[in-house]
Design a binder for this molecule. Structure first.
Ligand SMILES: Cc1ncc(COP(=O)(O)O)c(C=O)c1O
Length: 353
């Protein structure tokens, strides 16, 4: 694959295909097909995809948007920077938005819901759509961590007004720096987003139709992503195999709580962007892993709503706050060898024995 990538990079550089060229259009068309939507627009990041989604949807000061605190801060920032108020709800046992709490969070000011499909698993969109339809709310899917995931008939980023994806290098489809995309089936939103990501500039007529941003996906990144996208189904399969190995190796070990199984209970198809375990002995386990040469990650050690600088205080979300104390992400990427996964499992077992 790397020869193909280097070839594509060389071609972009030698031809000067750097901004808004054919490679970007090709990638957008291929990604739209993969997600099952009409339009995809490459953006400079998942953050801007969220920000511009809410702007294109007309979210403004005085509006409320329901989402979770157990997410990357960009989700909440996109609401605040559009002048609206985030209404944060707690997560369920699977670490995703607890949809049983959704309807109670709706007020007269609520205009939108941002379900965040975290760790490669989708929020139960069957319930999200039901509540949104009943109350006339917009859905913007934060699918930054879940390209390729499904629940029932819903594809990640495929059924909301928009879906927002990130190609940050550690993501399931990563580029060589920052990148993102916005998906939609709505023609009007697609037209608006194309303008908003490009200074409000209509390139074919040279008109400025609105104030906009500079938020395009670089052509070079698009060329790289298009090559990697072809391999994505096999990489997702490998991630699911790794999740199976963790599940078989770690079931019943110590006080560990594992991720939902690949068996797809409730019609889920998870893509395991991360494999997150939970334990009350998290910090000691992480130190033990480090001593044995295994790098693990904590996302996030302090719940987003408890950072005073963000002004989100006064919210009590016991499950989210509990996760901040207990979550630990194990190595998870398709290149992992079986022997390396076995080593991770054995190292965890040695901690508890
Ligand atoms: C859930 C979630 N939302 C939004 C983002 C923002 O994406 P980006 O880093 O591409 O701006 C991320 C990326 O880390 C994320 O994990």
């Amino acid at each position: 694959m790397w020869d193909e990538v280097m070839g594509a990079v060389g071609e972009c550089l030698s031809k000067g295909d750097l901004i808004a060229r054919q490679q970007l259009e090709d990638f957008e068309a291929n990604l739209a097909k993969f997600i099952g939507v009409k339009h995809v627009m490459g953006m400079n990041s998942g953050t801007d995809a969220l920000l511009i989604s809410l702007k294109a949807a007309g979210i403004k000061q005085g509006d409320e948007v329901i989402t979770v605190s157990h997410t990357f801060v960009a989700t909440i920032m996109s609401i605040v920077f559009n002048g609206a108020t985030p209404k944060l709800i707690d997560v369920g046992q699977d670490m995703e938005m607890d949809v049983s709490k959704l309807e109670r969070a709706v007020s007269k000011r609520t205009k939108a819901i941002i379900p965040v499909h975290l760790n490669g698993r989708m929020v139960d969109m069957r319930v999200v759509h039901e509540v949104a339809d009943k109350h006339g709310l917009i859905i913007v899917e934060d699918a930054a961590q879940a390209l390729g995931a499904k629940v029932g008939k819903y594809h990640s980023g495929g059924s909301g007004l928009t879906g927002c994806f990130s190609f940050y290098p550690a993501k399931i489809l990563g580029c060589a720096g920052d990148g993102g995309a916005l998906s939609t089936n709505d023609d009007e939103i697609a037209t608006k987003v194309r303008l908003l990501r490009d200074h409000g500039f209509k390139r074919d007529t040279n008109e400025l139709l609105m104030y906009g941003f500079n938020s395009r996906l670089d052509n070079l990144q698009a060329a790289i992503l298009d090559i990697k996208l072809k391999r994505l189904p096999q990489w997702i399969e490998r991630r699911r195999q790794i999740a199976d190995m963790y599940e078989q190796g770690l079931e019943g070990v110590g006080d560990l709580v594992l991720m939902p199984s690949t068996k797809g209970e409730g019609d889920y198809f998870d893509v395991y962007q991360n494999y997150v375990i939970r334990t009350e002995k998290r910090d000691a386990l992480q130190a033990h892993m480090r001593e044995h040469g295994v790098e693990t990650l904590i996302s996030w050690s302090k719940a987003t709503h408890t950072h005073p600088a963000l002004g989100l205080t006064g919210v009590s979300l016991p499950k989210t706050e509990g996760l901040a104390r207990t979550v630990l992400s194990l190595p998870m990427f398709p290149e992992l060898e079986d022997s390396e996964i076995d080593y991770v499992i054995e190292t965890i077992k040695s901690f508890y024995s």
